[in-house]
Design a protein around this ligand. Structure first.
Ligand SMILES: O=C(O)CCC(=O)C(=O)O
Ligand SMILES: [Fe+2]
Length: 218
């Protein structure tokens, strides 16, 4: 996008609405480590504790299945990881994380989909994609508006989350979060949130993803 006077003056409203370099919650301070504007992309420190990361992995370990994609829920080379969804507020830990995540992201918990867990082994990846649904799909009637990816472990090598149109990537660090939103009037800004999970080279990669919908889902 051309960064001229007009575009600066017409900077769009964001969903994320915390000011300053920290997000001060009742029980926790989240650090804003990196911030890109338009589209807004944030790298957040201290989103989850080590214990919470370990527990999420323990709770989902035996329920992981080959990831499926799209309305037809097909197995696809786009995403070679395995994954699972927790039911909404399935247990105390998931409920606590959903509450924290909604404080960070803005929309109330009623807008949150069930928390998704993904696991990647070496060579597994998630090719570049948008998290929102195409306007032609049924699901777009109550589309996703924002994403928070939480890294549940340190990856020995590879597994970066990359944004090819922004020339930006994030190396997974246990407990860290990656936030971005795509509810802009200017659809070109939404398209810039194209992102993927690069192949893991060494070790495993575990992430938890929270998506927010425009309207309530619960
Ligand atoms: O694994 C990653 O780094 C990306 C995950 C992702 O894009 C998603 O869950 O929608
Ligand atoms: Fe994604």
């Amino acid at each position: 996008m051309k960064l001229d006077h007009t575009s600066l003056m017409t900077k769009e409203q964001t969903i994320f609405n915390h000011l300053g370099s920290k997000i001060k919650l009742k029980d926790r301070e989240i650090d804003i480590i990196t911030r890109l504007e338009e589209p807004l992309v944030l790298v957040l420190g201290n989103v989850l504790s080590n214990e919470e990361c370990d527990e999420l992995i323990q709770l989902s370990k035996d329920k992981m299945q080959r990831s499926r994609i799209g309305a037809a829920r097909e197995v696809n080379n786009m995403r070679t990881s395995s994954g699972m969804f927790f039911e909404e507020s399935e247990n105390e830990l998931v409920h606590a994380i959903e509450m924290r995540v909604s404080d960070i992201m803005g929309p109330s918990i009623e807008h949150a989909e069930g928390l998704q867990i993904l696991k990647y082994l070496p060579d597994q990846e998630y090719k570049a994609h948008h998290d929102y649904f195409a306007s032609t799909s049924k699901a777009s009637k109550n589309n996703r508006i924002s994403t928070l990816i939480m890294y549940l472990n340190d990856v020995e090598e590879g597994g970066e989350t990359y944004f090819p149109k922004l020339g930006f990537s994030v190396s997974p660090q246990k407990g860290m979060g990656l936030y971005f939103e795509y509810f802009y009037e200017n659809t070109e800004l939404n398209e810039l949130t194209l992102h993927g999970g690069a192949p893991v080279v060494k070790g495993e990669k575990w992430v938890a993803t929270q998506w927010m919908r425009k309207q309530r889902v619960r």
